[in-house]
Ligand binder design. Structure first.
Ligand code: ZN
Ligand code: ZN
Length: 378
């Protein structure tokens, strides 16, 4: 007794090719032995597959509608109509049992990487940047479907929607079935007959787009910010890729960054270093004053707490480290030379001490060499 193929697939008699295909895919998935290993499911799977086989083929469907049989005559069962048996169809759809059906055209868009340049101050406090990028965006005309609006793809007649074809191959082990991607539809199971004119059937078009990105405080030169879904639009409605924004921090003329600290070198005149003074420096937090103690030496580092870069991870800020560089005057006029000479005479003891220090240095060096030799002998 003839079965109602429409009923088996759960579609009505006016169902489109797409609806039939969708219904079949859904049922086939439910009944697939990976999900449902029962005997009953296997039988149902055969029925469903056969129903699809008939209804997805325009000619067979027409015959079936007219006569109740796909080949237009009363045949003795499923196997009669030049149909290679259910296991073939099964293989065709699930080649190797990996659950492969017709492939989807949709592919994820590519990730993209672009660089943006910011100032050190923007890196310290964070900023907002307007990014302009040429990329692929979803085609508005077809909304990514790659087809002219209102049209539908046609089920591939070569593979009957499976995306794969099986053919017998003679080998030393006997006749075997091999499964390969359908060359007509390239595995998609259907063919777009009317590609969208706007995007040439890609589902996406190239465009220049701009958007605003928040750049967090504390980013460093080379930091990459991942902007999910801001990459290229996918092919045929596939998801967007990601955009990676690489931060490039311009060099600052005063400050350099080491970790979360900002470093600067301030030159102090010899006299100010000897007498002590107060120095003012322009920072990203406005003018800051600090004290140079009398007798400060070159290389001394003043730390101004919490005036460094914001910490990208964690909270708070680094410090500002100011290295003092004591400058010795190079050009003296007569009066200055006279004053310095008087100072040197007044500080004769210190000059003598300096010589003692020198001797001390040489004696330390010598003992160091001695230690080295004695170490070798031991
Ligand atoms: Zn389009
Ligand atoms: Zn095909």
């Amino acid at each position: 007794m003839a079965q109602d193929y429409y009923q088996i697939l759960g579609v009505d008699r006016n169902a489109t090719e797409q609806e039939i295909k969708k219904a079949y895919r859904k049922k086939a998935r439910e009944l697939h032995p990976d999900h449902n290993p029962s005997e009953e499911a296997a039988e149902q799977f055969k029925s469903v597959t056969h129903a699809y086989e008939v209804l997805s083929n325009a000619e067979k469907r027409q015959n079936y509608d007219a006569t109740g049989h796909e080949d237009g005559r009363r045949a003795g069962g499923f196997g009669g109509g030049g149909f290679g048996g259910f296991s073939d169809i099964f293989e065709t759809f699930f080649g190797g049992g990996a659950g492969a059906g017709p492939a989807s055209r949709a592919r994820r868009g590519q990730d993209a990487l672009i660089a943006t340049h910011i100032d050190l101050e923007e890196a310290v406090f964070g900023t907002e940047k307007t990014i302009e990028v040429e990329t692929a965006v979803r085609c508005e005309r077809c909304d990514g479907s790659a087809m002219e609006p209102g049209t539908h793809p046609e089920t591939c007649t070569t593979c009957r929607g499976a995306g794969q074809i099986s053919r017998p191959v003679d080998s030393i082990l006997g006749r075997m079935m091999t499964t390969e991607t359908c060359p007509t539809c390239r595995g998609y199971g259907d063919v777009i007959t009317d590609p969208c004119g706007q995007c040439s059937g890609q589902g996406r078009v190239r465009e220049r787009v701009s958007f605003t990105v928040k750049i967090p405080a504390g980013v460093r030169d080379g930091t990459r910010i991942q902007l999910a879904g801001r990459g290229e639009a996918g092919v045929a409605g596939g998801p967007n890729g990601d955009l990676y924004l690489e931060i490039r921090v311009r060099e600052h003329e005063v400050f350099t960054r080491q970790g979360d600290n900002l470093h600067a070198t301030v030159t102090v005149p010899m006299t100010a270093a000897a007498l002590g003074t107060e120095i003012k420096i322009d920072t990203f937090d406005g003018e800051q004053a600090f004290t140079v103690e009398p007798g400060t030496q070159t290389g001394y580092v003043v730390t101004l707490r919490n005036l460094g870069a914001s910490r990208l991870q964690g909270s708070g800020r680094g410090d500002m480290k100011i290295t003092l560089n004591v400058s010795t005057p190079t050009k003296l006029n007569d009066e200055q030379r006279e004053l310095l000479t008087q100072l040197a005479e007044l500080r004769a003891e210190d000059i003598a001490n300096g010589q003692v220090e020198s001797r001390g240095f040489f004696s330390r060096l010598k003992s160091g060499i001695d230690n080295m030799f004695s170490h070798d002998e031991s």
